[in-house]
Design a protein around this ligand. Structure first.
Ligand code: MG
Length: 252
């Protein structure tokens, strides 16, 4: 099932997409799918980020290839950092290049969307707490990341968490192709089979630290090939079985 969040006129709803039609939902989709009976053409609605996370827990260095390109040692446990909820944008929204950075990079990632409150969850039960999966761009001010001792500034600018275009609820994530293109040119090509800590381990590990709530996102890390973006660039994160998340970069 493909879950969207969308705006039509001034009204914001969740919906289910089938054959280019959005079937509107009552409330949120996390506990139960309840239809209002209204539907719209997908082309007539404005897609928003498909959920409203209370927090985004991002995982650093979860592909060996990316750790190697940054010359970091492999972590013994998932390296977690937070991105604020205010960084979230959806499919088609602009990434704003901050005036205080001179290097803003894309990082294409598989986003794990939590479906129910998860607190100290064992790995074997982790999938019970996953609602679905989406494309995620962990936009990073690389120069500030290198300058600062921790990453809140480099990872936390408004618009630095692109999510979408929707949540796919039925997906086997054991071996999904993940590609990032900049202006149509392939820049990252990875596969979730190469995750150092796969989905169930990530959900379990994060839940040992902080309670995950419905709509929260775990960004599972990026493969090799990260690179800088410039004003007017178009960046696409494409994941097999989900689709493509497209955003353009602009200065304020
Ligand atoms: Mg990342």
């Amino acid at each position: 099932m493909r879950i969207v969040r969308f705006k039509i006129e001034t009204h914001i709803s969740y919906g289910v997409v089938e054959n280019q039609i959005v079937k509107q939902l009552k409330g949120t989709p996390f506990a139960a799918i309840r239809y209002t009976g209204q539907s719209f053409c997908l082309s007539d609605v404005k897609l928003l980020a498909p959920c409203c996370p209370s927090k985004i827990v991002a995982i650093g260095l979860n592909y060996k290839s990316h750790a190697a390109e940054l010359k970091y040692d492999l972590p013994e446990s998932p390296l977690m950092f937070l991105k604020p909820s205010t960084a979230v944008i959806g499919h088609g929204d602009d990434i704003i290049y901050p005036a205080i950075s001179k290097q803003v990079d894309f990082e294409g990632e598989l986003g794990i969307v939590i479906g129910k409150r998860a607190h100290i969850v064992p790995t074997d039960d982790a999938f019970k707490y996953v609602f679905g999966y989406t494309c995620f761009n962990d936009v990073t001010a690389r120069d500030l990341q290198k300058k600062d001792g921790q990453w809140a500034r480099a990872k936390g600018f408004d618009t630095f968490a692109a999510v979408g275009p929707w949540i796919e609820t039925k997906l086997d994530t054991s071996a999904l192709e993940l590609e990032t293109r900049l202006n149509g040119e392939l820049r990252q090509s990875g596969n979730t089979a190469n995750l150092i800590f796969p989905v169930a381990e990530l959900v379990s590990a994060v839940s040992q630290v902080m309670t995950l709530l419905p709509g929260d996102i775990i960004a599972s890390g990026t493969p090799a090939g990260i690179g800088a973006m410039q004003e007017r660039d178009e960046v696409e994160v494409k994941i097999e079985g989900i689709g493509s998340l497209l955003n353009r970069v602009r200065c304020r």
